[in-house]
Ligand binder design. Structure first.
Ligand code: HEM
Length: 498
């Protein structure tokens, strides 16, 4: 097939993915005549600041929220945007009135990749897909995944050398990528990690820029657009291979016991007449891509930020290592440490607290957006149907009115008087700590993520110390996830065998 035809076909598939399903809700017509809008910045100024990259978006939004109160407003690309920074209002929109909103524009950039998967789909279709995926995240399944998580971490660190320099973001990304493949799809993805990771990074930033153009044909006409679409094809090929392998196993009577096998075999009696008997290949592709992306990038960023914070706070790093070593010490293993299990989490309260504090300061999903489907009154303001409403973990987690010493890294705030981990120990208001979102759109992988982050950190920090290469700049890059902008070059130091 000619390159031109392949590109045309890839573009057509990507365009189809970008369109919401026909049964997706649409905002009702607003009954409000003329509304007064809250105070806020000049919209074009916001766009210019974002385009000029003078200030990263997370910091820009924080400045807007702090400067304009609990509901700030600006107009951007013809849309009315409301930025909320009050915990009660966040709860109202994202939880209490979750059925009166749908996902916002933010994820549109990732739609050519994610299609109508769990992150982006809406309404009853989303509910059905969520019900199908839910069993993969039950408690017993997570317990079974925990052993795979630790096995992958031990295998990964076996290639680390004392004194070697690594790029920690890449290390954590390839590790969590392998884990998602192994646990959710029973597939070895280690060989695909690098190519997948590089492609993903390029796509996330590239599509972000091209979405601003907003014209499908123009995007296809641009060399950059054509290039990105061909990169989507590369990822599609990996996903299609995973689906084909699963189908072959099912046909051979050797079906595995994993999320994709269930999805292929799904017969959702309740939804059958409405959505057809089983998931189409396109739908499977969207769900697999969504799980692979949502299931590894966020946890990889949480772990990367944790390594950086430990490097900047050696006493805290020492406490994590001491706690993990005390729990895992076992002279019958070569390195004096046994593999961690899910049962160890209760005995790792400080490691747990370090993860909680890391995603407070550096929430990997740093912003959540919704489009209102009805008129609603938020605080003192009438917000018309069809508006964009934003809530940001970055802003809430760093609010000095909600957190004492809000910007300090202080894992101890998560421990109770007896030293046990307690998610309410900081005494924060409901809605002030929102790293995994809310309600019907709350992160389906939350328990997976806690288990993975705590066990990986304990496994690795008991054996290794990582120090940031002196002079390396560290700042946030707020793309789809919150990433270290310049990566994290770190030197590894083997801890002595206990
Ligand atoms: C530290 C790690 C993670 C963080 C901070 C995180 C955060 C979030 C947040 C905030 C949302 C809601 C977004 C919104 O409401 O707009 C979400 C949704 C989601 N997450 Fe996670 N996540 C993490 C790990 C994971 C993992 C490990 C998986 C899968 C294995 C996963 C799969 C998903 C999926 C599929 C959704 C969409 C749920 C739906 O809309 O029904 N996430 N995540």
């Amino acid at each position: 097939m000619s390159d031109r035809r392949r590109t045309r076909e890839a573009a057509a598939r990507a365009a189809a993915r970008r369109r919401p399903r026909e049964d997706a809700p649409t905002p009702a017509e607003s009954r409000l005549d003329k509304v007064e809008r809250p105070d806020g910045p000049w919209g074009a100024g916001v766009v210019l600041t974002l385009l000029s990259r003078r200030e990263p978006p997370n910091r820009l939004f924080e400045t807007i929220a702090r400067g304009h109160g609990p509901v700030a407003h600006y107009k951007m690309a013809g849309e009315h945007v409301y930025l909320l920074s009050d915990p009660d209002l966040i709860i109202e929109v994202f939880l209490t009135r979750a059925r009166e909103v749908m996902k916002g524009r933010g994820l549109q950039a990732a739609r050519p990749l994610l299609g109508n998967g769990l992150l982006t789909s809406e309404g009853e279709f989303h509910l059905r897909q969520r019900r199908l995926a839910q069993p993969a995240f039950h408690k017993q399944r997570i317990a079974a995944y925990a052993d795979d998580m630790v096995r992958e971490a031990l295998r990964h660190q076996a290639s680390w050398r004392d004194g070697a320099q690594v790029e920690m973001v890449d290390e954590m990304t390839s590790l969590t990528f392998a884990i998602v493949g192994r646990t959710l799809f029973g597939t070895d993805l280690t060989g695909d990690a690098q190519a997948f990771g590089d492609t993903l990074e390029e796509l996330m930033s590239g599509f972000g820029q091209l979405t601003a153009i907003g014209n499908e044909r123009l995007v296809r006409a641009l060399p950059k657009g054509r290039h990105l679409l061909s990169r989507v094809e590369d990822l599609d090929a990996v996903v299609q291979r995973i689906i084909d392998e699963h189908r072959a196993k099912i046909d051979a009577g050797e079906a595995g016991d994993d999320l994709l096998t269930w999805m292929i075999q799904a017969r959702d009696a309740e939804g059958a007449d409405r959505f057809g008997e089983s998931m189409t290949d396109d739908q499977l592709r969207d769900e697999v891509m969504t799980m692979v992306l949502a299931g590894h990038e966020t946890t990889a960023m949480a772990l990367s930020w944790a390594w950086w914070l430990l490097s900047a706070h050696p006493t805290v790093a020492g406490r994590v290592a001491a706690e993990a070593t005390a729990v895992l010490r076992d002279p019958s293993y070569d390195d004096g440490l046994r593999p961690a299990t899910i049962g160890d989490i209760a005995a790792l309260p400080f490691t747990h607290a370090v993860v909680a504090e890391t995603i407070r300061l550096y929430p990997p999903a740093w912003i959540m957006g919704r489009r209102t489907l009805t008129d609603m009154r938020l605080g003192d303001w009438d917000v018309p149907s069809g508006s964009i409403v934003l809530g940001s973990p970055w802003i809430m987690h760093r609010d000095p009115d909600l957190w004492p010493r809000a910007t300090s890294f202080n894992p101890d705030r998560w421990l109770d008087a007896a030293g046990a981990y307690d998610e309410s120990a900081p005494g924060q208001r409901r809605g002030a700590y929102i790293p995994f979102g809310f309600g019907n759109r709350r992160c389906i992988g939350e328990q997976f993520a806690w288990t993975e982050a705590i066990l990986l950190l304990a496994t690795l920090a008991a054996r290794w110390e990582a120090r940031l290469v002196p002079g390396s700049p560290v700042d946030t890059q707020a793309a789809v996830t919150l990433r270290p902008m310049h990566g994290l070059p770190m030197t590894l130091h083997r801890r002595p065998t206990p």
